[in-house]
Design a protein around this ligand. Structure first.
Ligand SMILES: Cc1cc2nc3c(=O)[nH]c(=O)nc-3n(C[C@H](O)[C@H](O)[C@H](O)COP(=O)(O)OP(=O)(O)OC[C@H]3O[C@@H](n4cnc5c(N)ncnc54)[C@H](O)[C@@H]3O)c2cc1C
Length: 300
């Protein structure tokens, strides 16, 4: 029996399977994309899914908000999306820490941070993401990184077993973490609050206004293409692309944003092949000029 036949036969109430779905709207870059999508609404459903994958030797990719993941035109393995129920009134009260499902959006958390003055939560202001995707990427801004307020990460591993990672000072690095293993899916996390910060609403408001001015927030992008180079002679990817004079440059259905040179915009109808071709071209030009290989931030 194949993986899909087995999963469909089980008819788990918290697992929804959609075959050959148009996934264009499932990533913020809106690339032309099609694939199988498995949506899961409970931890029990996720455990069942992991065990079925294990039995059938089936790989998959987790899809958060697709804000850092340009999707392929035809996906060869299924996407897993978590859609856990969440009562938003939980975020209407001040607590020392919050236990949150991985599928909750950072926008909801930022709204709570602003309303309740939650100290330490300004670091991810304006980052489009699910909590799970933000933890995987250690999403952050000029104001900080999400890793600094994560206390525990709750995981279902590839055998369908629950694990808890207690965060230490070494758990997170720049735009990455080092505790997830192959096949791990984050289903929840505990976030701490670093006291009440009365200036939080103002900080968040000002930072959102700054982002709206300096980043193409309305264009179809997947955020930054490249990580900033942090080795000797550290340099910022956007500024380096700008120095090359490539800001605004077009390639097929793509354009380097005229607002921020590290953002790649889909002008409509672009696909992953075009993204790969263009980012390779930009990377080669950067290497020729600066002798530095910028690492891709996009998860391709
Ligand atoms: C306009 C714009 C601005 C942005 N600005 C910033 C910024 O300022 N700072 C910043 O850091 N990023 C920024 N980004 C990038 C993006 O928002 C972050 O990388 C974010 O963390 C991605 O979250 P996501 O839920 O969309 O994850 P996805 O992009 O869907 O996935 C990212 C990775 O996480 C994995 N993943 C997702 N959920 C889980 C889970 N529950 N368990 C296990 N693995 C999982 C995926 O498989 C993938 O490998 C921006 C993006 C856009 C479009």
């Amino acid at each position: 029996m194949s993986f899909f036949t087995a999963l469909e036969a089980d008819q788990h109430p918290d697992i929804k399977i959609s075959r050959a779905l148009d996934l264009t709207l499932y990533s913020t870059m809106r690339l032309i994309a099609k694939g199988d999508l498995i949506e899961i609404a409970s931890v029990e459903g996720l455990i069942h899914f992991q065990k079925t994958c294990m039995q059938h030797n089936q790989n998959f990719r987790v899809l958060g908000w697709g804000a850092n993941q340009p999707l392929p035109e035809v996906a060869t393995i299924p996407y897993l999306k978590l859609n856990f129920p969440f009562d938003r009134t939980y975020l209407e009260e001040i607590r020392n820490e919050y236990y949150l499902p991985a599928s909750v959006s950072l926008a909801n958390l930022t709204k709570a941070a602003s309303q309740l003055c939650l100290g330490g939560w300004e670091g991810f202001t304006g980052v489009p993401a699910s909590l799970g995707g933000a933890i995987v990427m250690n999403a952050g801004t000029g104001l900080g990184e999400i890793g600094s307020v994560v206390k525990e990460v709750f995981i279902i591993d590839k055998t369908g077993t629950k694990k808890v990672h207690q965060v230490t000072k070494d758990s997170f690095v720049y735009r990455n973490q080092n505790f997830l293993e192959d096949g791990d899916v984050i289903y929840a996390a505990t976030l701490i609050v670093k006291g009440v910060d009365q200036e939080m609403p103002q900080k968040i408001k000002e930072y959102l206004a700054y982002r709206n001015k300096t980043q193409p927030m309305k264009a179809w992008t997947c955020g930054c293409m490249f990580k900033n180079y942090t080795g000797a002679n550290a340099c910022r990817a956007g500024e380096s692309i700008d120095i090359l004079g490539m800001k605004g440059m077009r390639y097929k259905n793509l354009r380097i944003s005229p607002i921020h040179a590290n953002f790649l915009e889909n002008l409509g109808g672009a696909n992953l092949e075009e993204v790969k071709e263009f980012t390779t071209l930009i990377s080669d030009k950067l290497f020729e000029k600066f002798g530095v290989r910028f690492e891709l931030e996009l998860k391709i």
